[in-house]
Structures are given as structure tokens and as C-alpha cells.
Design a protein around this ligand. Structure first.
Ligand code: BES
Ligand code: MN
Ligand code: ZN
Length: 503
């Protein structure tokens, strides 16, 4: 698909589809488009006939008799102007994408709601609109023997500028959108892959793939034998009941101009049956998504190759199945993590924190300036925040605030939950340093307190529980059913903000 940003004169025939926007109750097209009197009149007539008010999620379809400036015009509602932000545009653009998909459109020109006082600057608008489009066009059709409908025919996306707009800003935004969307879609592919295909080895190979041929990225894959040598008792304990060997993966992105180093960690359970404390069927149904944190790390590295931010990044994930085989770890077993701390097993289904104990210990040894982990860690977090909001915990408020802020600009909702020190009593063990389950109450808090034990002294750390948003069973504006790729765009934004401007 070709992405182009260029000046377009209002009456120029632009495309088979022209995509425009309107604010709620504005009675006029947004951006410079109202200046085209004939277009504006056509819009006003159609909006009146169809009762189109510019509300969010609504799309007005116009077929001008003269096929000028386009064969069809789609006008997407943005909602109230006062509440306008990048996410509103991303969603409106997704609504347009879904119309284009339905009519097999080949070519679309966006007339963005640009104006000099716009709350969202041109580059951000371009990025949001193209992200919404590309993410909405994502499809996972690998296992359809007869794909219903043909793959997308959309070959060209243009961003039009009417007056003295900044073509360079639009171009840059569109290009960034491509990088962000391709990274997110790689993560979605990995999550959507059936669990008997996407094994720990498969995840390690996917990581090798993003490192291949990139001078800025190196990779180290640690197998079972080496994990034993390194004392990764958490990872080895969890993987004991599976016939698939575990993998521990360490990607490194290096920038010659870096002033700081961030470690991004992911939980990589490629299937969580619960182990011997086996899950009921409905609770197990979507547990192929329990590697979404690791998949997000891989997606982030795919983008780093091209974005080249001035920062060093470690990408680390511990990959394993959690299965109830004959050699499985058992309740009341005691495991020793890489940092020497011991963990009594109360429930084999609280396996994420066990593999993360080694990932956090390993990352801490690298002495990064901060650690962020992404994990589908607890059902309790989904109970607390629902399916669309991630929970965040952290030892450093500025770090937490930066991540929540990055989420705001990408439309990924993150809500802070407290690390309640008093709850540490719930995971005290009589025989080991801690136990891996504190019971029902405050389940995501005790899980986070557990993780904190493996973070090196003085290293700012944040933990994002993505159990809810990692997978969606029903399609959302730019998220078709399945893996969502949550975390990828937010972590990229966060890394870029930490790296500072690139020129
Ligand atoms: N992978 C699950 C958490 C999960 C639940 C993710 C629902 C996505 C949707 C995790 O390994 C798990 O099983 N957690 C247990 C912990 C409990 C046994 C202490 C849970 O949340 O029930
Ligand atoms: Mn589990
Ligand atoms: Zn799990």
C-alpha cells in the first residue's frame, strides 16, 4: 500500500473515495474543506437528508452526480469539537476503513480536519488517521482454506493538503503510522497464531527474525540447558510439565546517541492450561493470548529498527507453556529464582509471576535506568478494570505517569492501581521467601508485590497488567476480534518521549 501526502486543489478529482470529517452539530465540513462551496453544499444537502449530525461512529456516504471531486465521499463524525483528540480521529478513520473494505475501495484521499488552531497538530492527525486505517484493515486469514472475500484491494492512501498546509508533517505522520501499525500487526499475528504452533521456540524465532539484518539490534536466545546454569528456577519450574522446551530471549537495541537505557519485559506463556491446578474450559479458552506481553516486546523491536530513537532498549521475555504433564511442578513445591529468592507454589496457575521473577532478576543485572513489564498476569485485573483498561503499578511515580501519558496519545487506557505494602502478609510463606498466590482479594496487587521482589535495588519499575485488553472477542473500531497488539504503540511512544526529539 502506497502512502502519499500532497497538495490537492479542492476541485481536483482526487480518488475513488474522498474521506472527510465533521464535528458534531458543526453544520459544516471540518478543516479547509468548507471553502469548496459546491462540496460544502453537497455535504449540507446530504447531511440534512440523512440526518447526519457528525456524531462519533457515524459515517455519511455521498455519491456526487458528477463524480467530482471523487466517485464517493465519506464523511466521518468526530463528535464534539471541544472533546477532539487523536483517538477520536483514529476511530473515525477506522469507521471509514470499514466502509472502504465493504465496497472494495482501491484508493482513498483523506481531507483531515486541519486548521492552524487545531487541538491535534498535523503530524499527529496524519499518524492517527493512517493508524486507524491500517489497524482496521488488519485481518488474520492464514487458516482460512477459502478466504471469504478477497484480501484488501486498497492500494493507495493520500493525505490532501488544501491551503498552506505542511506536507512534510503529514508525510512524517503517515510514515510513523505505518511503522507503528506494522509492529502492532506483527504482535497481533503472534497472539492469533494457534498455541500448538506458537510455542516458546516459535516466539524465539520470531524475535530472531526482527533482529535479522539490523545492525542496531542483537539477540541472545537462552535454551533450557543455559537457563539451568543461570539458575532460572521460575521458568524451569513452570515449563516442567510441558513437552515444549522453554526459551529466554534477550534482544538489545543500541543507539550511538543514547543517553539512557530502558528494559522492556514480557510474559511469554504460549499456553496457560493452569498446570496441575487446571483451569475450567471457559477460563482456558483464550489462554493462547498469555504470551501477549512477549509478543508486544517483539513488535516494539520491529519498529525500533526503523524509528531509531536515541535510547538503548533491552527487550526481554521468558517463554514457556504451563501444562499439567507427568513431570509438572506441584503445589507446595519450592522454586528458586535467578536472584536467589525462593517461592512456594500455592497455585500452579499463578505461573506468570514465576517466569517474570527470572526476567526481572536478569533485567536488573543489566542495570537499566528503568524496567517496564507487560503481562497478562491476573484475572483480578480484568474484574477490576474490565476488558479495555490495563492496570499499572510502579515504584516510581514519574515513570508511571509517563506510561499513562503515552497511553493517552495512543488511545490505550491505563489506570494506576496501588502497591499496598500491608498486603505483603498475604503472600508470606512459612517455608520459603514468599508464596505465589495470596488468594482472591486484591489478586492483581499481591501479584505486583510479588514481582517487586525481583526488581534490583533502586531501579525504577512499572508493571502493566494487560490481561483485559490483550485480546478482544468482539471487533472494536480498529481492533478486529483476536489479539489487539496492546502495549506496542504505547511503549514506542514512551521510548520516543524518553529519548527526546530526534533532530
Ligand atoms: N494468565 C492468567 C491471567 C489471565 C486471566 C489473563 C484472564 C487473561 C484473562 C494467569 O496466569 C492466571 O491464571 N492467574 C490466576 C492467578 C491466581 C491463580 C492467583 C488468576 O488470575 O486467576
Ligand atoms: Mn495462569
Ligand atoms: Zn497465565
Amino acid at each position: 500500500m502506497k502512502l502519499i501526502a500532497e497538495k490537492v486543489k479542492p476541485r481536483q478529482a482526487v480518488a475513488d473515495t474522498l474521506a472527510l470529517f465533521a464535528f458534531e452539530d458543526a453544520k459544516t465540513l471540518a478543516g479547509g474543506w468548507a471553502a469548496d462551496r459546491r462540496l460544502e453544499k453537497r455535504y449540507n444537502d446530504a447531511a440534512r437528508d440523512e440526518d447526519f449530525k457528525g456524531k462519533e461512529k457515524s459515517v455519511l456516504v455521498i455519491y456526487p452526480e458528477s463524480a467530482k471531486p471523487a466517485r464517493r465521499i465519506l464523511v466521518a463524525g468526530l463528535g464534539k469539537a471541544a472533546a477532539f483528540d487523536a483517538e477520536k480521529l483514529r476511530r473515525a478513520s477506522a469507521a471509514i476503513a470499514n466502509r472502504i473494505k465493504a465496497i472494495d475501495g482501491k484508493d482513498v484521499t483523506f481531507g483531515l480536519p486541519l486548521d492552524r488552531r487545531a487541538a491535534v497538530p498535523a503530524r499527529e492527525q496524519a499518524q492517527a488517521a493512517v493508524e486507524g486505517l491500517l489497524l482496521a484493515f488488519y485481518e488474520y486469514r492464514k487458516y482460512k482454506s477459502k478466504p471469504n472475500g478477497s484480501p484488501s484491494k486498497l492500494a493507495r492512501v493520500r493525505l490532501a493538503i488544501t491551503d498552506d498546509g505542511d506536507a512534510a508533517a503529514l508525510k512524517e505522520g503517515a510514515e510513523r503510522a505505518r511503522i507503528f501499525a506494522e509492529a502492532t500487526c506483527l504482535t497481533r499475528d503472534l497472539v492469533n497464531e494457534p498455541p500448538s504452533v506458537c510455542t516458546p521456540k516459535y516466539l524465539a524465532t520470531a524475535a530472531e527474525e526482527v533482529a535479522k539484518g539490523a545492525d542496531s539490534i542483537s539477540i541472545k536466545v537462552i535454551d533450557e540447558k543455559e537457563a539451568k546454569k543461570l539458575g532460572m528456577g521460575g521458568l524451569l519450574g513452570v515449563s516442567a510439565g510441558s513437552t515444549e522446551p522453554p526459551r529466554f530471549v534477550h534482544l538489545t537495541y543500541t543507539s550511538p546517541e543514547a543517553a539512557s537505557t530502558v528494559a522492556v519485559l514480557g510474559k511469554g506463556i504460549t499456553f496457560d492450561s493452569g498446570g496441575l491446578c487446571i483451569k475450567p474450559a471457559d477460563g482456558m479458552l483464550n489462554m493462547k493470548d498469555d504470551m501477549s506481553g512477549a509478543a508486544a516486546v517483539i513488535g516494539v523491536f520491529k519498529a525500533l529498527r526503523e524509528l531509531k530513537p536515541r535510547i538503548n532498549v533491552h527487550g526481554i521475555f521468558a517463554a514457556s507453556e504451563n501444562m499439567p504433564g507427568g513431570s509438572a511442578y506441584k503445589t507446595r513445591d519450592v522454586l528458586t529464582a535467578m536472584n536467589g529468592k525462593t517461592m512456594e507454589i500455592i497455585n500452579t496457575d499463578a505461573e506468570g509471576r514465576l517466569v517474570l521473577s527470572d526476567a526481572l532478576s536478569y533485567a536488573s543485572k543489566l542495570k537499566p535506568d528503568c524496567i517496564v513489564d507487560l503481562a497478562t498476569l491476573t484475572g483480578a485485573c480484568v474484574v477490576a478494570l474490565g476488558p479495555e483498561v490495563s492496570g499499572i503499578f510502579g515504584t516510581d511515580q514519574p515513570l508511571v505517569d509517563k506510561l499513562i501519558g503515552a497511553g493517552k496519545s495512543t488511545g490505550e487506557k491505563i489506570w494506576q492501581l496501588p502497591l499496598v505494602d500491608e498486603y505483603w502478609d498475604m503472600i508470606k510463606s512459612d517455608v520459603a521467601d514468599m508464596k505465589n498466590s495470596g488468594g482472591r482479594w486484591g489478586g492483581s496487587i499481591t501479584a505486583a508485590l510479588f514481582l517487586k521482589e525481583f526488581v534490583g535495588e533502586g531501579i525504577p519499575w512499572a508493571h502493566i497488567d494487560i490481561a483485559g485488553p490483550a485480546l478482544t472477542e468482539s471487533s472494536q473500531p480498529y481492533k478486529p476480534a483476536g489479539g489487539t497488539g496492546v502495549g506496542v504503540r504505547t511503549i514506542l511512544r514512551f521510548l520516543e518521549a524518553k529519548a527526546g526529539p530526534s533532530d
